[in-house]
Design a protein around this ligand. Structure first.
Ligand code: CA
Length: 533
């Protein structure tokens, strides 16, 4: 691939990158995408006002580790190998951050969740699993090594897990330091600094104060104060880094900073004042909440029927409560709003710091999430093999210094395009192994289009399904092993009417299947021989 000069913007110096990412955040939970909502996110909205907001941006896999690995490598999950959670990105993988680091110009840093290695303990189901560098539980901390540079990241402060169930030595040591400075923070949890890591983490984790039904809803009230919560860890570490960088603490000319919040992923557990900030009665449910799956696939219909007649969970796979009532659904969304408000407040402070330390004039700001959340769409929550828009269509906002401001871009684009966009903005040649497209053409002219379709892969080991989805401007087609979905996104944006068996659309279906086949029949490099024959 030839390197194209990025010429349209008047950039006199090399650019820094502040890459802000959240986990499992719905596009319509940001007020710049949805103004008809009680939650307002003015700070994230500000990035959109000063930059470009993408309105047709998709993840390439609706699960954490696969899509995060896609963002780092610029490859589809079936190519980089992280086809599901619980599979580490191979340590030899080449990421865009490696390329920033080896360019010699960039200090590369990460504060928060990464999830390119798995978090969890081995329950005995797996024999000799490859070790992780992101273990959340103190029992595994002895297996961690001095791990930087980590997939190209020179400096890392990690937090693993979600909600009040967070861990990793970087986070636990930060908690200890915070309590050392301000002992009142540890009081509600009765944390003593003389306690070892596992005692401190147990105190963080057992601080749930909730009823059984709330746990089923994944709404969790806990005693972890705002000042010790993961969002504060990410915010403070990012701000302290920006200060250090501005003071010349690093020998590099530029920085790449990954500011990555573990929220608003379930359990929905906003700390302190954020827990009750939004009232369930002020929440509007998605339009499809009362879909009874009459025109859905049998697979979705079975899941729906199971969830409305089961006791809370279906084999622990889809943690959805029995007979979910509208008020309960609203309470889940209200709690997620609290987490999202806390993130927006944190983003506001990070942006303020960027300006305070004189770094905003040459820093690209990116805001996105790793995938969405079903969030009550079609009465489903969290994630799963239900490729509805709330799960797959995600926010992507980018502000380039001296670039276009307050513009929308309706071009199809996806997570796999992020690394090439960053590399091109950094003036680094895009390597052949990357499979996305740089978004520079639409940053220069948001009226243009960079892609006519998006591929979403999902290998679902719970159901042993390799599900492939193609999104075009008009259609979503999703192919399972023995059934399919076809929705006209223009006529039926709520995806209520599955047209897979509509005979009059057979030509459309065939055309989309061919497009999907071509898209999956990719090669990462030109076919080359080692010898003539
Ligand atoms: Ca995720």
């Amino acid at each position: 691939m030839n390197y194209k000069v990025y010429s349209e913007f008047t950039i006199s110096q090399k650019l820094n990158f502040l890459f802000i990412m959240t986990d499992q955040q719905r596009l319509d939970h940001l007020s710049c995408y949805n103004n008809d909502m009680v939650l307002k996110t003015p700070h994230i909205d500000r990035i959109a006002n000063e930059g470009i907001k993408f309105t047709n941006f998709y993840c390439n896999n609706p699960i954490c580790m696969p899509n995060r690995s896609t963002i780092f490598t610029g490859q589809y999950p079936s190519v980089h190998g992280v086809t599901t959670n619980g599979r580490n990105l191979p340590h030899y993988s080449n990421t865009f951050v490696d390329l920033l680091l080896t360019s010699g110009n960039y200090h590369t840093a990460s504060f928060g969740k990464i999830h390119l290695n798995y978090f969890g303990a081995n329950s005995g189901r797996f024999q000799n699993p490859i070790k992780s560098q992101e273990f959340a539980h103190p029992r595994q901390y002895r297996d961690l090594t001095n791990y930087t540079p980590y997939y190209g990241l020179d400096e890392v402060k990690l937090v693993s897990g979600h909600g009040p169930l967070c861990g990793h030595p970087d986070y636990i040591n930060w908690v200890k330091k915070k309590i050392e400075k301000d002992p009142t923070l540890g009081k509600p949890l009765r944390i003593k600094l003389s306690n070892p890591d596992n005692m401190i983490q147990t105190k963080l984790n057992i601080s749930f104060n909730t009823t059984d039904s709330q746990i089923k809803l994944q709404v969790v009230k806990h005693k972890v104060p705002e000042g010790l919560y993961s969002t504060t860890f990410v915010k403070e570490n990012t701000i302290e880094f920006l200060e250090r960088f501005s003071q010349g603490a690093y020998p590099k000319e530029n920085f790449f900073a990954f500011c990555s919040f573990p929220d608003p992923h379930h359990p929905f557990s906003p700390p302190g004042k954020y827990f009750d900030m939004y009232k369930p009665e002020d929440v509007k449910l998605p339009k499809t909440f009362n879909d009874n799956h009459k025109n859905s696939t049998e697979f979705n219909r079975n899941h729906y029927n199971t969830l409305i007649s089961s006791e809370g969970t279906e084999k622990g796979i889809f943690p959805i409560p029995k007979d979910l009532k509208e008020e309960e659904a609203k309470s889940i969304i209200a709690a997620s709003y609290g987490m999202e408000k806390m993130i927006d407040d944190a983003v506001g402070e990070v942006l303020e710091a960027l300006e305070r330390y004189g770094l905003s004039d040459n820093t690209v700001i990116i805001f996105t999430t790793d995938h969405g959340d079903l969030g009550g769409d079609h009465r489903f929550f969290f994630k799963g093999p239900f490729l509805y828009q709330g799960l797959i269509k995600i926010p992507f906002i980018i502000k380039v210094p001296n670039g276009l401001a307050n513009k929308n871009c309706d071009s199809l684009a996806s997570s796999i395009d992020i690394p090439e966009t960053i590399l091109e903005l950094a003036g680094i040649t895009i390597p052949d192994f990357m499979q996305g497209k740089s978004l520079i053409p639409v940053l220069e002219n948001p009226e243009k289009s960079v892609k006519d379709s998006i591929l979403i892969e999902m290998d679902d080991d719970h159901n042993n399904e390799r599900i492939r989805t193609l999104i075009t401007e008009e259609w979503r087609i999703t192919i399972f092993s023995d059934h399919g979905e076809l929705y006209n996104l223009k006529d039926d944006p709520e995806e209520l009417n599955n047209l897979w068996n509509e005979v009059s659309l057979n030509n459309v279906k065939l055309d989309l299947i061919l497009k999907l086949f071509k898209k999956t029949n990719y090669t990462t490099k030109a076919l080359v021989r080692d010898c003539g024959f």
